[in-house]
Design a binder for this molecule. Structure first.
Ligand code: SAM
Length: 269
Protein backbone atom coordinates (compact mmCIF):
# COMPACT_ATOMS: atom_id res chain seq x y z
CA UNK A 1 0.00 0.00 0.00
CA UNK A 2 1.41 3.44 -0.83
CA UNK A 3 2.12 5.82 2.00
CA UNK A 4 -0.62 8.32 2.75
CA UNK A 5 0.66 11.86 2.53
CA UNK A 6 -1.31 14.63 4.08
CA UNK A 7 0.49 17.64 2.83
CA UNK A 8 -0.29 21.28 2.91
CA UNK A 9 -3.38 22.29 1.18
CA UNK A 10 -3.96 25.20 -0.92
CA UNK A 11 -4.85 28.78 -0.35
CA UNK A 12 -3.77 29.17 3.24
CA UNK A 13 -0.37 27.55 3.06
CA UNK A 14 1.98 28.98 5.65
CA UNK A 15 5.49 30.21 4.96
CA UNK A 16 6.88 27.41 7.12
CA UNK A 17 6.01 23.89 8.05
CA UNK A 18 6.88 23.90 11.73
CA UNK A 19 6.83 20.15 12.17
CA UNK A 20 6.91 17.06 10.05
CA UNK A 21 5.56 13.85 11.55
CA UNK A 22 6.18 10.45 9.99
CA UNK A 23 4.24 7.55 11.47
CA UNK A 24 4.90 3.89 10.71
CA UNK A 25 1.97 1.62 11.45
CA UNK A 26 0.44 -1.63 10.31
CA UNK A 27 -2.92 0.17 10.18
CA UNK A 28 -2.63 3.52 8.35
CA UNK A 29 -6.42 3.72 8.10
CA UNK A 30 -6.66 3.96 11.87
CA UNK A 31 -4.63 7.16 11.81
CA UNK A 32 -5.71 9.12 8.74
CA UNK A 33 -9.35 9.80 9.80
CA UNK A 34 -8.04 11.46 12.97
CA UNK A 35 -6.09 13.90 10.82
CA UNK A 36 -9.01 14.82 8.61
CA UNK A 37 -11.04 16.78 11.18
CA UNK A 38 -10.78 19.74 13.54
CA UNK A 39 -7.57 21.61 14.38
CA UNK A 40 -5.15 19.00 13.05
CA UNK A 41 -6.85 19.04 9.65
CA UNK A 42 -6.63 22.85 9.64
CA UNK A 43 -2.98 22.79 10.65
CA UNK A 44 -2.25 20.38 7.78
CA UNK A 45 -4.27 22.44 5.32
CA UNK A 46 -2.46 25.60 6.35
CA UNK A 47 0.91 23.91 6.00
CA UNK A 48 1.84 24.35 9.67
CA UNK A 49 2.39 20.63 10.03
CA UNK A 50 2.93 17.81 7.60
CA UNK A 51 1.90 14.26 8.48
CA UNK A 52 3.17 11.30 6.53
CA UNK A 53 1.53 7.99 7.46
CA UNK A 54 3.40 4.96 6.15
CA UNK A 55 2.60 1.28 6.12
CA UNK A 56 5.17 -0.85 7.91
CA UNK A 57 4.10 -3.75 5.73
CA UNK A 58 5.80 -2.08 2.74
CA UNK A 59 9.04 -3.30 4.31
CA UNK A 60 7.97 -6.88 4.96
CA UNK A 61 10.31 -8.08 2.21
CA UNK A 62 8.33 -11.27 1.55
CA UNK A 63 5.47 -12.09 -0.75
CA UNK A 64 3.00 -12.65 2.10
CA UNK A 65 3.73 -9.20 3.57
CA UNK A 66 4.48 -10.79 6.96
CA UNK A 67 6.17 -8.37 9.33
CA UNK A 68 5.95 -10.51 12.48
CA UNK A 69 7.11 -13.88 13.68
CA UNK A 70 6.85 -16.14 16.73
CA UNK A 71 8.91 -15.23 19.80
CA UNK A 72 12.19 -17.04 20.41
CA UNK A 73 11.87 -19.04 23.62
CA UNK A 74 8.15 -19.59 23.03
CA UNK A 75 5.18 -17.82 24.54
CA UNK A 76 2.04 -16.12 23.38
CA UNK A 77 1.64 -13.71 20.49
CA UNK A 78 3.75 -12.47 17.64
CA UNK A 79 6.71 -10.09 17.57
CA UNK A 80 7.40 -7.47 14.86
CA UNK A 81 10.74 -8.14 13.17
CA UNK A 82 13.63 -5.76 13.76
CA UNK A 83 14.78 -5.90 10.11
CA UNK A 84 11.36 -4.57 9.04
CA UNK A 85 11.70 -1.65 11.45
CA UNK A 86 15.29 -1.03 10.29
CA UNK A 87 14.24 -0.83 6.63
CA UNK A 88 11.36 1.48 7.48
CA UNK A 89 13.66 3.85 9.39
CA UNK A 90 16.28 3.71 6.61
CA UNK A 91 13.63 4.68 4.04
CA UNK A 92 12.87 7.89 5.95
CA UNK A 93 16.54 8.60 6.66
CA UNK A 94 17.30 8.35 2.94
CA UNK A 95 14.96 11.31 2.43
CA UNK A 96 15.79 13.46 5.46
CA UNK A 97 17.11 13.16 9.00
CA UNK A 98 14.40 12.90 11.66
CA UNK A 99 15.32 14.70 14.89
CA UNK A 100 13.80 11.91 16.95
CA UNK A 101 12.89 8.31 16.18
CA UNK A 102 10.28 7.41 18.77
CA UNK A 103 9.28 3.88 19.67
CA UNK A 104 5.85 3.73 21.32
CA UNK A 105 6.02 1.24 24.15
CA UNK A 106 4.43 0.75 27.59
CA UNK A 107 8.00 0.18 28.80
CA UNK A 108 9.12 3.65 27.65
CA UNK A 109 9.59 6.87 29.57
CA UNK A 110 6.21 8.32 30.54
CA UNK A 111 5.19 11.11 28.16
CA UNK A 112 4.58 14.45 29.90
CA UNK A 113 3.86 18.06 28.99
CA UNK A 114 7.56 18.78 29.53
CA UNK A 115 8.50 16.18 26.91
CA UNK A 116 5.79 17.60 24.61
CA UNK A 117 7.44 21.03 24.92
CA UNK A 118 10.86 19.54 24.22
CA UNK A 119 9.61 17.65 21.15
CA UNK A 120 7.65 20.65 19.84
CA UNK A 121 10.96 22.47 19.41
CA UNK A 122 12.12 19.84 16.87
CA UNK A 123 11.38 19.73 13.15
CA UNK A 124 10.80 16.10 12.29
CA UNK A 125 9.52 13.28 14.49
CA UNK A 126 9.37 9.69 13.32
CA UNK A 127 7.11 7.26 15.22
CA UNK A 128 7.11 3.47 15.22
CA UNK A 129 3.72 2.11 16.29
CA UNK A 130 3.84 -1.45 17.54
CA UNK A 131 1.12 -4.12 17.52
CA UNK A 132 0.85 -7.68 18.86
CA UNK A 133 3.63 -8.26 21.46
CA UNK A 134 5.49 -5.22 20.16
CA UNK A 135 8.82 -5.04 18.32
CA UNK A 136 11.85 -7.30 18.65
CA UNK A 137 13.88 -5.75 21.51
CA UNK A 138 16.79 -4.98 19.17
CA UNK A 139 14.74 -2.10 17.75
CA UNK A 140 15.68 -0.13 20.88
CA UNK A 141 19.16 0.46 19.41
CA UNK A 142 17.63 2.00 16.28
CA UNK A 143 15.53 4.64 18.01
CA UNK A 144 16.40 7.82 19.88
CA UNK A 145 13.75 7.40 22.57
CA UNK A 146 11.01 5.12 23.84
CA UNK A 147 7.81 6.74 25.06
CA UNK A 148 4.80 5.41 26.93
CA UNK A 149 1.55 7.34 27.24
CA UNK A 150 0.74 5.80 30.61
CA UNK A 151 0.77 2.75 32.81
CA UNK A 152 -1.69 0.67 30.84
CA UNK A 153 -1.46 -1.44 27.70
CA UNK A 154 -3.12 -0.45 24.43
CA UNK A 155 -3.66 -2.75 21.48
CA UNK A 156 -1.26 -0.73 19.38
CA UNK A 157 0.91 2.37 19.26
CA UNK A 158 -1.38 4.40 16.97
CA UNK A 159 -3.36 6.19 19.68
CA UNK A 160 -0.14 6.73 21.63
CA UNK A 161 1.53 8.32 18.59
CA UNK A 162 -1.53 10.49 17.93
CA UNK A 163 -1.50 11.57 21.56
CA UNK A 164 2.06 12.81 21.20
CA UNK A 165 1.30 14.33 17.81
CA UNK A 166 -1.65 16.32 19.24
CA UNK A 167 0.17 17.39 22.38
CA UNK A 168 3.11 18.72 20.37
CA UNK A 169 1.19 20.18 17.41
CA UNK A 170 -0.97 22.37 19.65
CA UNK A 171 2.20 24.05 20.95
CA UNK A 172 3.31 25.12 17.47
CA UNK A 173 2.74 28.70 16.34
CA UNK A 174 -0.60 29.25 14.65
CA UNK A 175 -2.09 25.80 15.35
CA UNK A 176 -4.43 26.98 18.10
CA UNK A 177 -6.70 29.91 17.34
CA UNK A 178 -5.47 31.82 20.40
CA UNK A 179 -1.76 31.38 20.98
CA UNK A 180 -2.25 32.19 24.66
CA UNK A 181 -4.68 29.35 25.26
CA UNK A 182 -2.04 26.71 25.88
CA UNK A 183 0.04 28.91 28.15
CA UNK A 184 -2.39 28.51 31.05
CA UNK A 185 -3.12 24.82 30.44
CA UNK A 186 -2.75 22.20 33.10
CA UNK A 187 0.94 21.24 33.57
CA UNK A 188 2.27 24.13 31.44
CA UNK A 189 2.24 26.39 34.47
CA UNK A 190 3.24 23.48 36.70
CA UNK A 191 -0.30 23.49 38.15
CA UNK A 192 -3.61 22.01 37.08
CA UNK A 193 -5.76 24.52 35.24
CA UNK A 194 -8.33 26.59 37.18
CA UNK A 195 -12.04 25.76 36.76
CA UNK A 196 -13.83 27.48 33.86
CA UNK A 197 -17.53 28.38 33.59
CA UNK A 198 -19.89 29.53 30.86
CA UNK A 199 -23.66 29.91 30.43
CA UNK A 200 -26.06 29.06 31.98
CA UNK A 201 -25.38 31.19 35.02
CA UNK A 202 -27.14 28.67 37.21
CA UNK A 203 -27.34 24.91 36.75
CA UNK A 204 -29.06 22.56 39.18
CA UNK A 205 -28.72 25.01 42.11
CA UNK A 206 -25.06 25.68 41.37
CA UNK A 207 -24.24 29.23 40.40
CA UNK A 208 -21.14 30.53 38.66
CA UNK A 209 -18.83 32.06 41.33
CA UNK A 210 -19.71 35.75 41.87
CA UNK A 211 -16.12 36.89 41.40
CA UNK A 212 -16.26 35.89 37.71
CA UNK A 213 -19.18 38.28 37.21
CA UNK A 214 -17.49 41.16 39.00
CA UNK A 215 -15.58 42.49 35.99
CA UNK A 216 -12.60 43.05 38.33
CA UNK A 217 -9.81 41.48 36.26
CA UNK A 218 -7.07 41.67 38.88
CA UNK A 219 -9.24 39.92 41.48
CA UNK A 220 -10.34 37.34 38.91
CA UNK A 221 -6.68 36.57 38.18
CA UNK A 222 -5.97 36.08 41.90
CA UNK A 223 -9.06 33.88 42.31
CA UNK A 224 -8.04 31.74 39.31
CA UNK A 225 -4.53 31.32 40.65
CA UNK A 226 -5.90 30.26 44.02
CA UNK A 227 -8.29 27.77 42.41
CA UNK A 228 -5.44 26.32 40.34
CA UNK A 229 -3.42 25.95 43.54
CA UNK A 230 -6.43 24.41 45.34
CA UNK A 231 -7.07 21.84 42.59
CA UNK A 232 -3.42 20.90 42.42
CA UNK A 233 -3.15 20.60 46.20
CA UNK A 234 -6.23 18.37 46.34
CA UNK A 235 -5.67 16.27 43.24
CA UNK A 236 -1.94 16.26 42.44
CA UNK A 237 0.00 17.42 45.51
CA UNK A 238 3.24 16.00 44.07
CA UNK A 239 3.10 18.67 41.33
CA UNK A 240 3.01 21.42 43.95
CA UNK A 241 6.03 19.96 45.70
CA UNK A 242 8.07 20.42 42.47
CA UNK A 243 7.03 24.04 41.95
CA UNK A 244 8.82 27.17 43.04
CA UNK A 245 6.05 29.11 44.73
CA UNK A 246 5.90 32.89 44.79
CA UNK A 247 5.16 34.82 47.96
CA UNK A 248 1.62 35.35 46.74
CA UNK A 249 1.18 31.61 45.98
CA UNK A 250 2.28 30.78 49.53
CA UNK A 251 -0.22 33.26 50.91
CA UNK A 252 -3.02 31.84 48.74
CA UNK A 253 -2.14 28.29 49.82
CA UNK A 254 -2.12 29.35 53.47
CA UNK A 255 -5.65 30.72 53.01
CA UNK A 256 -6.74 27.41 51.45
CA UNK A 257 -5.28 25.45 54.38
CA UNK A 258 -6.91 27.75 56.93
CA UNK A 259 -10.23 27.40 55.11
CA UNK A 260 -9.86 23.61 55.19
CA UNK A 261 -9.20 23.59 58.94
CA UNK A 262 -12.21 25.82 59.46
CA UNK A 263 -14.45 23.60 57.26
CA UNK A 264 -13.30 20.48 59.13
CA UNK A 265 -14.04 22.23 62.44
CA UNK A 266 -17.50 23.26 61.19
CA UNK A 267 -18.24 19.66 60.14
CA UNK A 268 -17.41 18.36 63.62
CA UNK A 269 -19.85 20.78 65.24
N1 SAM B 1 3.78 -6.88 25.36
C1 SAM B 1 3.89 -5.47 25.46
C2 SAM B 1 4.12 -5.08 26.91
O1 SAM B 1 3.52 -5.66 27.79
O2 SAM B 1 4.91 -4.13 27.13
C3 SAM B 1 2.62 -4.79 25.00
C4 SAM B 1 2.45 -4.75 23.55
S1 SAM B 1 1.06 -3.80 23.07
C5 SAM B 1 -0.21 -4.99 23.08
C6 SAM B 1 1.33 -3.48 21.38
C7 SAM B 1 1.89 -2.13 21.06
O3 SAM B 1 1.01 -1.12 21.53
C8 SAM B 1 3.22 -1.77 21.66
O4 SAM B 1 4.29 -2.30 20.90
C9 SAM B 1 3.20 -0.26 21.64
O5 SAM B 1 3.61 0.25 20.40
C10 SAM B 1 1.73 0.05 21.84
N2 SAM B 1 1.39 0.44 23.21
C11 SAM B 1 0.61 -0.25 24.08
N3 SAM B 1 0.48 0.40 25.24
C12 SAM B 1 1.21 1.54 25.12
C13 SAM B 1 1.48 2.62 26.01
N4 SAM B 1 1.01 2.66 27.23
N5 SAM B 1 2.26 3.62 25.55
C14 SAM B 1 2.77 3.59 24.29
N6 SAM B 1 2.55 2.58 23.41
C15 SAM B 1 1.78 1.57 23.82
Amino acid sequence: MPSVKLLLGTRYSALFTFMKYTLYTLFPNLITPWLSEALLAKAIERGLIEVDVRDLRNHAGNKHNRVDDTPYGGGAGMVIRVDVAAKAIAEVQAESTPDEIILLSPAGETFTQKIAEELAAKEHLLFLCGRYEGFDARVEKLVTRELSVGDYVLMGGEIAALTILEATARLLPGVLGDAKSHQQDSFTTGLLDYPEYTRPLEFEDEKVPDILLSGHHANIEIWRRQEALRRTLERRPELLARLELSKQDKKLLQEIREQRVKDEGDQKL
